[in-house]
Design a binder for this molecule. Structure first.
Ligand code: IDC
Length: 476
């Protein structure tokens, strides 16, 4: 689905509103009876467009703590269908819908909230449901009439207009919405940026001057921080590499860029080889960065030689470690065959669609090297993009070796496709490595002149031109 919602927020409970916001707020006092039914407050907001809509639902538990919950509601007409949900297991029977919690969000203390959502379709005018149940109990406990906010004011969760102009100031905390990456206004966006090379080799390329150039001259939205695990990387000095990653997160944050923390597994290709290291690393970086809105976690770079079910098993063990500290962060999951959605090992995205990772707010990664990966890969990305959330966390303009000449035609075809589908990307690499994929000529990092075009390679020039074009970040 590539339609952009045409309306975001509608007047509260406006009569006859199509795709209207409905707020079923309940202000039940916490029960003093340990066995009492659960009180709850639900906000239900929608973006709609002809034939389709996205619903975001926040469930607040106002009663006793629960361990596992089921939300129930009924569409006011039978023409509405849930087509794809996230952060809960959705079932629909006629116009009645249930959403059941997942492992990671089932426990809700008194006052705690969970946010879930779904993409839907509609055939006739679609007023929103206004009555909800949590574990069978109706969320109708409002003891005061809903006088606040007044009917025409925006919902209480609407963020204020941005006060800055950086990508993070405008977009704030990101969230996966259907197959897209959405900003704080619930609108799909695309992030465009660069990946570091291996921190163990190119630390000298990541400093205030180079990151100023990336943020200001390149106008990049995103810095991917590639921390190799093997090849003299993390495994040789966990504390040192963890600190190095955190320092670069801070430099990206200071410049209003998103920071993508890449646990750069490559050889061996089985992510399970690094499971314990991943848990240790992600526990540390997610605790340390939990208060930030601009951090995205990539839990495995390029699994290879292993089944999708092994990758999924790894993901379902690592994601809860992150979520325990940083519950609302987007997490990226690598895919089979060097993050090719399986294509480089003879598969395709069906294996993911049929057996998705059991976690919400995640995206699946796709990597390509434009001189090596062409139409059959592009076709699969296009096919997958309407079914699962994709993020191109690494790609090159050259061959998969990381070297060779820029393939301008293929690189242009790829980036035009990603732009059209609003798929975010990071290019390999923002470094002066002596290889065609590097953006800078060898020796640049020692010289310290990053802004402008004087020290760019052909790939660097190509990428700077693409990334510098204005972003399109909706703010309402
Ligand atoms: C390459 C580097 C190269 C390094 C090699 C081995 O460009 O300098 O010697 O890794 O570590 C990937 C990987 C990425 C590769 C890149 C290019 O994620 O680590 O970098 N590539 O080969 N997947 C496909 C290509």
């Amino acid at each position: 689905m590539t339609s952009i919602p045409r309306s975001s927020r509608r007047p509260l409970l406006a009569a006859g509103a199509v795709g209207a916001l409905a707020l079923a707020a309940a202000a039940l006092l916490p029960s003093t009876d340990a066995m009492a039914a659960t009180g709850c407050a639900v906000t239900y907001t929608t973006n709609s467009w002809p034939g389709g809509f996205t619903a975001n639902i926040t469930i607040q538990n106002l009663g006793n703590p629960v361990n596992g919950w089921t939300l129930g509601f009924t569409f006011p007409n039978s023409g509405q269908r849930v087509t794809q949900g996230w952060s809960a297991t959705f079932q629909q029977n006629g116009s009645a819908v249930t959403a059941q919690s997942l492992d990671y969000n089932g426990a809700l203390a008194t006052g705690a909230s969970a946010t879930i959502g779904f993409n839907g379709s509609w055939t006739t005018a679609n007023p929103d449901p206004t009555t909800f149940t949590l574990n069978g109990t109706t969320c109708t406990g409002s003891t005061t009439p809903p006088t606040s906010p007044p009917p025409t004011s925006p919902p209480p969760t609407t963020p204020p207009p941005p006060t800055g102009t950086t990508p993070v100031a405008i977009n704030g905390q990101l969230r996966v919405c259907g197959v897209n990456l959405c900003n704080q206004y619930g609108r799909p966006i695309q992030l465009r940026g660069m990946s570091t090379h291996g921190l163990q080799w190119f630390a000298q390329c990541y400093n205030d001057a180079s990151l100023d150039a990336l943020a200001n001259d390149w106008q990049a939205d995103l810095l991917r921080i590639s921390m190799y695990v093997q090849e003299q990387g993390y495994e040789t000095n966990p504390t040192g590499f963890t600190n190095q990653v955190n320092n670069l997160v801070d430099k990206a944050t200071a410049r209003g860029m998103y920071a993508l923390i890449d646990f750069h597994t490559l050889t061996p290709g089985d992510p399970m080889y690094n499971l314990d290291r991943a848990k240790t690393f992600f526990a540390a970086v997610s605790a340390r960065n939990a208060g930030k809105k601009n951090v995205i976690y990539e839990i495995t770079n390029e699994p290879n030689g292993v089944s999708w079910s092994t990758i999924k098993n790894y993901a379902e063990q690592v994601i809860p470690v992150i979520r325990a500290n940083h519950s609302d962060a987007v997490v990226l999951v690598g895919t089979r065959g060097w993050s090719s959605l399986g294509v480089s090992e003879g598969g395709n995205s069906d294996e993911i669609v049929n057996n998705p990772v059991r976690a919400g707010n995640i995206m699946y990664t796709f990597h390509f090297y434009a001189a090596s990966h062409k139409d059959n890969y592009r076709n699969e990305v296009q096919r997958a993009a309407s079914r699962i959330p994709l993020f191109v966390s690494e790609f090159g303009t050259v061959t998969y070796t990381g070297d060779g000449a820029v393939d301008s035609a293929s690189s242009t075809a790829w980036l035009d496709l990603l732009d059209r589908l609003k798929i975010s990307y990071a290019n390999w690499t923002y470094s002066d490595a002596n290889e065609g994929s590097a953006a800078f000529r060898p020796g640049t990092c020692a010289g310290g002149q990053y802004a402008g075009t004087a020290n760019l390679t052909a790939s660097g020039n190509f990428m700077r031109n693409r990334i510098r074009t204005p972003d399109n970040f909706p703010t309402s």
